[in-house]
Write a protein that binds this ligand. Structure first.
Ligand code: IDP
Ligand code: MG
Length: 149
């Protein structure tokens, strides 16, 4: 089953939005298979954002991600990678559609609350960067037949 990596960034944790973020994925019908609160090291933040290492904001982005604990999660379900990106909204919260997490709660691109993997391949890489196998549970909620035929 498809999985994606979701992180509540330091601003989301500081603003008390952990429960709100979890609720949106849970209420939709996705399944939480991994969850931890961690203080991110510089090495992990740099590895996670490696594709952006040449961008001018890379240094401040890494510093921001390490500035306070984050919530790292793995969510599972049909089409979860693309659907999570829709739930999260556009990168710049001021242009993100209301109803999305960034559209409802964000004010700037540097403080956009949440990360979600951008493709299935990226999701697999990010999940293995942030979690080891023992930290992930494979389980199926009993309500599954009420979510999928
Ligand atoms: P995404 O998080 O929507 O996938 P990306 O383009 O992959 O957006 O950028 C990764 C993160 O880098 C963004 O979530 C945001 O925190 C930060 N970022 C992206 N573009 C800018 C920018 O122009 N200035 C400052 N930070 C940026
Ligand atoms: Mg991205």
């Amino acid at each position: 089953m498809e999985q994606t990596f979701i992180m509540v960034k330091p601003d989301g944790v500081q603003r008390g939005l952990i429960g709100e973020v979890i609720n949106r994925f849970e209420a939709k019908g996705f399944v939480l298979v991994g969850l931890k609160l961690i203080q991110v090291s510089k090495e992990l933040a740099e590895a996670h954002y490696d594709v952006h290492k040449e961008r001018p904001f890379f240094g401040s982005l890494v510093e921001f991600i390490c500035s306070s604990p984050v919530i790292a999660m793995v969510w599972q379900g049909k089409g979860v990678v693309a659907s999570a990106r829709l739930i999260i909204g556009a990168t710049d919260p001021l242009t993100a559609t209301p109803g999305t997490i960034r559209g409802d709660y964000g004010m700037s691109i540097e403080r956009n609350l949440i990360h979600g993997s951008d493709a299935i391949e990226t999701a697999q890489k990010e999940i293995s960067l942030w979690f080891n196998n023992k930290e992930l549970s494979s389980w199926e909620p009993t309500i599954t037949p009420w979510l999928y035929e």
